[in-house]
Design a protein around this ligand. Structure first.
Ligand SMILES: Cc1cc2nc3c(=O)[nH]c(=O)nc-3n(C[C@H](O)[C@H](O)[C@H](O)COP(=O)(O)OP(=O)(O)OC[C@H]3O[C@@H](n4cnc5c(N)ncnc54)[C@H](O)[C@@H]3O)c2cc1C
Length: 407
């Protein structure tokens, strides 16, 4: 009888674990509200149509040997090894047994409880979020083009605000800049003078986790691209029409994208598995949840207390791979070896065909690094289909520009 492994999630951690598991040894079930894997590093490119949504997602049902259930896990009963799940569509509840559990549920966007953010801001975590942003960006341009619109109304629709100067906020601002630079004049003539892109960051620099020089370079490039970066500034309240900031000022806006970091999902926050002060599951060097021998946690939702790793796709992916191999080793009666993290560094796109590379061997910026950024992500995409589609999208955007159809 094969042991039952349940994997929670279909993100970077879960997907790479599923690729490693030996299905002759284990009967594997995947539970996630999302029936696809999403390649998040290229998600900002989909918000303005540089890349299409389906080019960076891979259906989880392509992993044919694993059984997939489209549901949220809402409770983990570690004593009886049972999961309470809720169908992602109807909300119908059911129970699921496991012998071994791999938790890779990621985190959710942190709103810090700021009034109006949940209701009026747009998040950028899922393909559905990117689709909403793309629709809204185009709506703003269409609304600003309406006859009889006042100058003030036009300026409001054309004010795009990004909150958060980490990689997600910076990359979204960069993509928006490219769209404005390369497509707006042709498709929305006369609007380019009214456009304003504001990036609000609470700290005193952008891309905190990058080298100081790269962070300064980004600031310089954003200035040149007329992106208004407001550091040491934070949003205190959002209403349907206005954003209020800490200096007491407020301004109208067309779109607010919220990318200020993550926090634990309800499953982790409200569950009784051991957590640290940041509500991350506490794991040991074999990525087992503290005190448990058959529950593993990987990726954004977990942390080894004395060895915190960067919260990146790379970490989740290598942890998923490790757990898949570890379980196969254990089944063969082999001694488990602790997880070792190899930092490959970080990349970010900053617009205008310029990117940053923050790696041990190479710290670079500019056009050549942009070519490097594109080639790295092209090779990292998880299927041949994705690689072909992304290449085709880049070519299509270069030749025909971005598609501004709204539907
Ligand atoms: C826009 C954006 C750009 C990024 N760019 C980069 C980058 O360039 N480089 C980089 O290294 N990292 C990047 N990241 C970070 C990277 O995506 C994460 O670190 C990585 O996805 C973490 O993997 P994970 O498996 O822990 O979680 P995720 O990939 O977030 O997956 C979580 C999974 O769990 C599922 N889930 C959630 N709740 C439940 C539940 N209750 N029950 C079952 N399933 C559940 C979700 O549906 C999802 O399938 C980016 C992130 C974003 C949002």
């Amino acid at each position: 009888m094969r042991k039952k492994v349940v994997v929670l999630g279909t993100g970077f951690g879960a997907f790479s674990c599923l690729k490693e598991l030996n299905y002759d040894i284990y009967s594997v079930t995947v539970v996630s509200p999302r029936n696809h894997f999403l390649f998040t590093p290229l998600l900002p490119s989909t918000t303005v149509g540089t890349i299409e949504f389906r080019s960076i997602i891979e259906p989880i049902r392509n992993v044919r040997k694993a059984k997939f259930i489209q549901a949220f896990c809402t409770r983990i009963d570690r004593t009886n090894k049972k999961l309470t799940c809720s169908d992602a569509d109807t909300g119908k509840e059911f129970l699921l047994d496991f012998d071994i559990l791999v938790i890779s549920v990621g985190e959710i966007t942190n709103t810090y409880g700021i009034e109006g953010v949940e209701k009026y801001a747009y998040f950028l975590k899922e393909a559905a979020d990117a689709r909403k942003i793309r629709t809204k960006v185009i709506d703003c341009f269409e609304n600003a083009s309406l006859p009889g619109i006042s100058e003030d109304e036009k300026k409001s629709f054309m004010r795009f605000v990004v909150c958060g100067g980490g990689p997600t906020g910076v990359e979204f601002a960069a993509e928006l800049h490219d769209f404005i630079e390369e497509d707006v004049e042709k498709k929305y003539p006369g609007l380019d003078y009214d456009i304003e892109v504001i990036l609000i960051e609470a700290g005193d620099k952008l891309l905190n986790s990058f080298d100081e020089k790269l962070s300064e370079y980004t600031l310089k490039i954003f200035k040149r691209q007329k992106i208004n970066v407001k550091t040491r500034s934070f949003v205190t309240k959002v209403t349907e029409k206005e954003i209020h900031v800490n200096d007491g000022g407020h301004f109208t806006y067309g779109l607010l994208v919220w990318a200020t970091g993550n926090t634990a999902s309800r499953l982790i926050r409200d569950g009784d598995l051991p957590k640290d002060i940041r509500h991350k599951l506490v794991i040991d060097h074999f990525l087992r949840v503290a005190g448990e021998d058959s529950i593993y946690a990987i990726g954004d939702c977990a942390e080894i207390p004395d060895e915190p790793f960067p919260v990146t796709a790379q970490t989740a992916q290598s942890q998923g791979k490790y757990v898949g191999r570890l379980l196969n080793r254990i089944a063969r009666g082999k001694e488990p070896k602790p997880f070792k993290y190899k930092d490959l560094g970080m990349l970010a796109y900053i617009g205008g065909h310029k990117a940053l590379a923050n790696m041990k061997q190479y710290k670079g910026s500019g056009f050549v690094t942009w070519l490097f950024w594109r080639s790295v992500y092209l090779t990292k995409l998880v299927s041949l289909k994705n690689k072909v589609l992304v290449l085709f999208d880049w070519f299509k955007t270069f030749v025909f520009g971005r598609d501004v159809s709204n539907f």
